[in-house]
Design a protein around this ligand. Sequence first.
Ligand code: DGL
Length: 266
Amino acid sequence: MIGVFDSGVGGLTVLKALLRELPLESFVYLGDTARLPYGTKSPATVARYALQAAEALTGYDIKCLVVACNTASAVGLPAVSAHIAPVPVIGVIEPGAAAACAASRSGRIAVIATEGTVRGRAYEQAIRRGRPEADVQARAAPLFVALAEEGLAEGPIAEALAHHYLDPLFASSAPAPDTLVLGCTHFPMLVGAIRAAVGPEVCIVDSAETTARRVRETLTAAGLADGGAAGTLRLLATDAPERFARIGARFLERPISPEEVTLIDL
Ligand code: DGL
C-alpha cells in the first residue's frame, strides 16, 4: 500500500499520475479537508498537520508515503521522514525542481505556488541545487486554488486571473523565463488558461508526473514494487466526504461516490 497525503482534493492530480504510472499498486489517499487550505498557514502549523497525517497513514501499513501537497512538502518533509523512517517519503518539490532544471535552456525559471510555498522558497532552493546559476522568480497565485475547486478552471475568469498572476513574470520588459513550474496541486487543472497567458514557447512543468516517476524509481530501487494483481484505492477525508467526492471527481477525472470516502479524525 502506498500512502498519499494532501490538504484536500488537490493531491488527486498527483494520485491520478500515480495510478497511471503504477497501475498494479494499492493506494490510500488522505485529504485533510477539515483544515484546508494549508497554503495560507504558518510553517509550524503545516508541519504539525503533515506529521499527524503521516502518523495516521502509518496505520495502513504503507511501504512508501507521497506528500502530494506542495506546501506540506515545502515545510514538513524532513520532520515527516524522520518520524516514519525507514518508510521512504517522497515530496513533490524535488521532482518538480529537477524537471525544471532539465527543461530550461536559459536558466530563467518561474514558479507559481501558494503563499506558504513561495514564502518558504523551497522550489528556489531545490532548483538552485540543480542549477546554481538559475534565475528563479516565484509568485503566489492563491486564487487559482478556489477557482479550480469551483469548477471555473476554464473560461474568462480563469484567463483573466492567469494574466493577472503571470503577466508580471512573462510580459514585463525583462527577459522572460522559458520554464514555468506549477508548484501547487490545483494548478494543473488550469493549464489551458495558464498556457494561453504564457504562450506556446514556455515549457510548463507539472510536478505530478515527475513525482509519479520518482515514486516508481524509488520503489523499484528498494525492491518494493508490486507486480501482483490490479491494486485497490482507499479514500480518506477529515471532513465533508460528500464535498470531497463531488469536487474530487473533477481532479481524479473519474466519478467518486460519497460512500467511497471514509471520514477520519487526526
Ligand atoms: N495542496 C496545496 C498545495 O499544493 C494547495 C491547497 C492548500 O492551500 O491547501 O500547496
